[in-house]
Design a binder for this molecule. Structure first.
Ligand SMILES: Cc1cc2nc3c(=O)[nH]c(=O)nc-3n(C[C@H](O)[C@H](O)[C@H](O)COP(=O)(O)O)c2cc1C
Length: 321
């Protein structure tokens, strides 16, 4: 069995790095519901070396978040090396390089999944980062650029040979963005390669304990990473953990969801200020209250609210705390 470069469970469940979602408030909430490994939002290496305060803030984490990874992205060797050194000073358990982001303005510079069009450069830049720090370096990427170019099986071996210590693969190509369904077949092929020693984390479309178990068995991955299914639903980690342990899947009452949602919002306000927190929480409400009858009116109010007090008022007659 592959060994993770940090202490964790036999089959860790990761919270995926998600920009404007996985801030410290949400990460700690997910941890309290069972997420084993947390990673920062992606951080621009160019911004880090230029001392941009917002990017520095994204590196911060609490001791109880460990094992914790700081994720950086970039296309320039000097910035990537410099950013890795800055990140290392925060003492994360690992530094993750983002070679998977499909966003156009990042890709066109050759960062994120843009690097999948130039594998020699990916290897060169990753090597530079591995050599610049002592902390374990890991990579998160996709299958390849498009349907005609999916070199991930060979790339995984190359990345292992230059010293990365864990590889996460989102089972889509860059050109798929987030469309269609994730294809884990090649992830399974990597696990079948007898030369592979590093842990392989599968990512893409896991939204239940049943699917996590089925994909673990079918593709042999060492851990799974949960992204969109955790938005407004930190409970997914408990669900997956209990399902894998053969235990009954818990249900979370409306009152509990209100309590957790408000805790999430209040903690986010502490972490990033009221304005940003109130705006970014809008992404979570639909999932927090999916299936709740007659919630529409409350949801409209939440989407229009500008302050913490306005959000709290929406739930004023159903707070349990
Ligand atoms: C809102 C949002 C923000 C994301 N930001 C990042 C990021 O900062 N770094 C990263 O590696 N991937 C990022 N991703 C991709 C996720 O980490 C994950 O790979 C993808 O959502 C597929 O997993 P899922 O099907 O479980 O959602 C982001 C995805 C979403 C939806």
């Amino acid at each position: 069995m592959a060994t993770f470069p940090f202490q964790t469970t036999d089959f860790p469940i990761f919270l995926a790095p998600m920009e404007a979602v996985t801030d410290a408030a949400f990460r700690r909430l997910c941890k309290s519901f069972g997420a084993d490994v947390l990673i920062s939002e992606f951080i621009s290496s160019d911004a880090l070396v230029r001392d941009i305060v917002d990017s520095q803030r994204k590196m911060l984490f609490e001791e109880d978040e460990r094992p914790f990874g700081i994720q950086i992205f970039g296309h320039n060797e000097e910035s990537l090396r410099g950013a890795a050194e800055i990140a290392e000073a925060c003492r994360p358990d690992f530094i993750d390089i983002n070679w998977g982001c499909p966003v156009k303005k990042i890709v066109t510079k050759g960062a994120g999944s843009g690097i999948l069009r130039d594998i020699p450069k990916m290897i060169e830049l990753t090597t530079a980062v591995v050599k610049s720090v002592k902390v374990p370096v890991t990579v998160k990427t996709r299958l390849g650029w498009d349907e005609s170019s999916k070199p991930i099986v060979e790339v995984a071996e190359m990345l292992q040979d230059i010293g990365i210590q864990m590889l996460t693969i989102h089972g889509r190509t860059r050109s798929q963005m987030y469309s269609g369904t994730a294809d884990w077949t090649l992830i399974g092929k990597i696990k079948e390669n007898p030369r592979m020693r590093i842990p392989i984390v599968g990512n893409g479309d896991i939204n239940s304990g049943e699917k996590a178990k089925a994909y673990r068995e079918r593709y042999g991955v060492d851990g799974v990473m949960i992204g969109r299914a955790a938005i407004g639903n930190p409970f997914i980690f408990t669900e997956i953990k209990q399902y894998l342990a053969g235990e009954e899947i818990p249900t979370f009452s409306y009152e509990k969801r209100v309590e957790i949602c408000l805790k999430h919002l209040r903690d986010a306000v502490m972490v990033k200020g009221e304005r940003t927190a109130v705006l970014e929480m809008r992404r979570h409400y639909a999932a927090y209250f999916r299936g709740v009858p007659n919630f529409k009116e409350k949801k409209v109010k939440l989407m229009l609210a500008q302050t913490l007090a306005e959000c709290e008022a929406v739930f004023s007659n159903c707070q349990t705390a």
